[in-house]
Design a protein around this ligand. Sequence first.
Ligand code: PLP
Length: 472
Amino acid sequence: MSNESDFAHARRVLPGGVSSPVRAFRSVGGTPRMLRSARGAYVTDADGVERVDLVASWGPALLGHAHPEVVAAVQEAAARGLSFGAPTVAEAELADAVIARVPFVEKLRLVSTGTEATMTAVRLARGVTGRPLVIKMAGCYHGHLDALLAQAGSGVANQALPGSAGVTEATAAETIVVPYDDVAAVAAAFDAHPGRVAAVIVEAAPANMGVVEPAPGYNAALRRLCSQHGALLVLDEVLTGFRVSGAGWWGLEGRREGWEPDLVTFGKVIGGGMPVAAVGGRASVMDHLAPLGPVYQAGTLSGNPVAVAAGLATLRLADAAVYAHVDRVSRVVSDAVSAALDAEGVAHSVQRAGSLFSVAFGSWGPSADGSRADASGASAFAADASVADASVAGASGTGAHRPDVPAGPRNYAQVQAQEAWRFPPFFHAMLDAGVALPPSVFEAWFLTAAHDEEAVGRILEALPAAARAAAA
Ligand code: PLP
């Protein structure tokens, strides 16, 4: 039993040795650490090495790994039966818990993965509107459904794939991809396909091309365009839902600004580490789903009682103190990352959206002395600035033109132009020092309620050497 021998075994029988591509370390190199167990803020690998974990199962572990009350809820549910294939009251209770937190949701359909949630949302939008096309933003990842893989972030980004083999041209032709952060491009797509767009789908706050905080008014502008053109707005909160606040990104922005999507998708935290995801919205939209309506959707394990128990326990425990803690430790860690990179003269942007953050390497916009510090970042910046000049004023273009928008890359092209090669040495220095980061520069870092002073201290201690490695 060791990382090397276990991974060699896995590679013989699983494509790439993994069940999901980003786990294979392809964008950072080296051998993935085969995990044996996880508790609180820590994971332990096959060599018995314990590390502070900033992957958090790619988001679900908001409370930390194996929270005792969540594990107890799972054990109790499992003892009553693993799966019934019949309705349970716990499913309705989970829907109640979501509706209490996200009041524009009147009804919820439970599924098992975020991919199923967005797939169902797209089918529902097409069924409700009778229209074929979907608009998505380059760099936003909505799972691995054919319709939404084009220019997706996450694993598609770190494999440098434009999309995926196996997606037919006919399917791809029904998806219109526009740059993120460019309202004019969305308006133009609507104008080019009058009466044919069923939905705009967007990550509530993108976190799969690294984190890109939505510009003030961007999501609201998408809402307006959808209403104007009779399309549905699908807000993908699979990653942000119940993570950045009790009501997700919408709770930080939409509630304050007074807009609501037509459909919202959840995953990750809603299952607390077990396979639960959901699509929700107004009853008048949701009731188009079978058995009430003509839009078919089903699942043998949907609403699985053991998984639902984990989700219910997680949402019950995710109180204001949890969110305040995660906000605080995220700020402490992201500030420390920035300070460590500054100390080594590594140009970067810490990209934040609520408690989510990632690091982009390079320079965007003028540096303190007015010069452009980095060629690749500067050229990406310049190229996009001209696009911005040609587009409408308001919520589009680059942050450099809008003082209210954070500096740093604002769309997929800018994100991809960064000095991504600085990340692998940074990542491995952290790993060697006992801190497991997400193994790709395009992924968000996840803090949890279990990241206490000791765990955060270990991260901070590891940073100077990692910053030196990134500078080399
Ligand atoms: N939507 C977003 C915003 C995501 O981040 C993800 C996964 O990372 C998905 C959808 C797909 O979820 P899943 O991996 O559970 O299928």
